[in-house]
Design a protein around this ligand. Structure first.
Ligand code: UDP
Ligand code: MG
Length: 314
């Protein structure tokens, strides 16, 4: 098997057939032995029947039906676990990532790279808020992590078998694949592309899921928030100490102190806020620690035509 294409599917009935056709139009001229691995991530629409009918018609189509919605990163992981190709492409189902870029990714890889990621030169049809938060997130992440996670890059990329095997050895429950792939290293490069609008249907990425992904990325690759909590603790304590000295001075030396509830309120609220933030940051890390300690399987498979689905998941 030369090439596997992994596609996570969450309510993509409007796009599956178009995606399949565009993929084939691109893959067939490449004359490779290839497979398409579709992972149904608990869709509530007609996605699964569509996948089943594609699989019945075309033996290159393989599907994994997860037992519920596990989220995009886990769906991709399930797909990767099932791939057999020497090279693996990860692509979104909504045609925002153009399949036409695959030959270029593949050619670049053949020049001797283990990872060729697709970097967004521009993105269309997404709200200004989403673009801005994404931009900001990638830059914050880049500045506080000690591995270089490329900015403005999603999961659309080609990776080699070596990298897939590397990912399988990373047992974390809270996946942030683009970060993990950077962590893995080897020779990596990128090509640029213009991200299209979603072809049909609606985004499955709610703000809630995006915030979770962002926190997963940050907590998995940086201790900076914890350090920031410590530093802000010191700074606030230092300020509080100075204020204390001033209070004692005005009480016992100058005797001109006021019954000032304003300053009292402000310092109580301020300290309370800092403490809660610090506790919250610690909580984010502890939550992930406990998720990993539980050692649950990453996902469960309801149905598949893959021989050994998730052999690596157990
Ligand atoms: N997706 C998924 N599970 C989810 C949400 C999304 O498998 O819980 C898939 C979705 O079908 C698509 C890809 O992940 O193939 C990217 O999702 P989407 O296009 O909704 O994200 P956006 O492009 O808006 O960031
Ligand atoms: Mg999309």
């Amino acid at each position: 098997m030369d090439l596997s294409v992994v596609v996570p599917i969450y309510n993509e009935e409007a796009n599956i057939v178009a995606l399949y056709e565009r993929l084939l139009r691109v893959l067939e001229p490449m004359r490779l032995r290839c497979e398409l691995v579709f992972v149904n991530d608990g869709s509530r629409d007609q996605s699964l029947p569509l996948l089943l009918s594609l699989a019945a018609r075309d033996e290159r189509v393989r599907y994994i039906d997860l037992s519920r919605n596990f989220g995009h990163q886990i769906a991709v992981t399930a797909g990767l676990d099932a791939t057999r190709g020497a090279a693996v492409v990860i692509i979104d189902a909504d045609l925002q990532d153009p399949p036409e870029l695959i030959p270029l990714l593949y050619a670049k890889m053949k020049e001797g790279f283990e990872v060729v990621y697709a970097k967004r030169r521009s993105r269309q049809g997404e709200s200004a808020a989403k673009k801005m938060t994404a931009r900001l997130f990638y830059r914050i992440l880049a500045s506080i992590t000690n591995i270089s996670i490329p900015v403005d890059t999603g999961d659309f990329r080609i990776i080699s078998r070596k990298v897939v095997e590397g990912l399988k050895q990373m047992p974390e429950q809270n996946k942030f694949l683009r970060g993990q792939i950077s962590w893995i290293g080897y020779r990596q490069t990128y090509v640029e592309y213009d991200r299209a609008e979603r072809a049909g249907g609606e985004t499955g990425y709610t703000y809630r899921k995006m915030i979770r992904l962002a926190l997963d990325g940050i907590t998995a690759f940086s201790d900076a928030p914890l350090k920031a909590a410590t530093i802000s603790g010191f700074v606030v304590s230092a300020v509080a100490f100075l204020v204390m000295l001033y209070t004692l001075y005005s009480r016992f030396v100058t005797h001109d102190y006021q019954p000032g509830w304003a300053s009292l309120m402000i310092s109580i609220l301020f300290l309370g806020g800092v403490q809660l933030i610090a506790v919250g940051i610690i909580g984010e890390y502890i939550a992930r620690l406990s998720a990993n300690v539980r050692q649950r399987p990453l996902y469960l498979v309801a149905d598949t035509n893959v021989q050994q689905p998730g052999a690596a998941a157990a």
